[in-house]
Ligand binder design. Sequence first.
Ligand code: NAD
Length: 262
Amino acid sequence: MNPTTAAFRVDGKVCLITGGASGLGLAGARALLDAGAVGVTLVDMNPTTLASASASLQSADKVSTFAGDVSKEEVNKGMVEHVKERWGKAPEVMVLCAGISQAYQVPLAEMPEEVWDKVMAVNLKGSFLGLKHAAAAMLANPEGGKGCSIILISSQLGLDGVPNAGAYSASKFAVRGLMSSAAQELGPKGIRVNAIAPGPIDTPMLRDWPAEKRDDLCGQCTLGRFGKAEEIGQTILYLASPAGAYANGSTIKVDGQWSKWC
Ligand SMILES: NC(=O)c1ccc[n+]([C@@H]2O[C@H](COP(=O)([O-])OP(=O)(O)OC[C@H]3O[C@@H](n4cnc5c(N)ncnc54)[C@H](O)[C@@H]3O)[C@@H](O)[C@H]2O)c1
């Protein structure tokens, strides 16, 4: 194997992915398995969608699932325990993909408190709790956190706000703040922490949007198209693998140049 190909391998690594039953999380799982991951645990809300996601990966012996709501601390604790039991060691790659968009587009002056709280609970608190429990388990490894990687999913709206998406945008800016603090705490211990800021990607999250809103989003990308989930899956692989060994505290923008000034 030539050195460049070898740099994008994750042979023997155990990976834990929240939001793994769909979209970017599932694409990340596929890329990590293709690149040699020995075990991948998918976490999501619904056991049935988890089962069909797992079946779609064609590596049944290398995939396990764990159902729960990532905004709850006991679920995050439980998923890390599950990984240790199922794969015999703590996760070495943690991908925090679970997320929701706002229930509907709404101006801040009319934003119901419950919408704000729900978006923050899943996107921000869920990311914090997953990072917390994964980092603790990584640090407890015999080699400390050496060779481990934590990847958070921000958004192009975590780089610049837009009208009527204030809760979502605030949650995704905050994910980058969490990532930056974590990278400074954990980088010296061998755990790299980075974020990806995807632009509009063709996943179930966007498929329910009205066609004109989707076209609008697409029209703002200089590449003139939606991104594909696998294009983010491959970015996840870069950050998880030795290819990304010098990346820490970075936000990688993969948005077809939706954002122009960040
Ligand atoms: N698709 C895009 O255009 C886009 C752009 C930028 C950022 N993102 C972010 O990427 C991440 C993945 O989104 P996606 O496009 O794959 O969407 P998706 O809806 O296809 O997948 C998200 C998954 O998260 C799961 N989830 C939601 N709430 C959860 C909870 N409380 N506990 C456990 N699982 C939960 C969902 O069930 C779903 O399977 C999200 O954080 C999203 O905000 C997406």
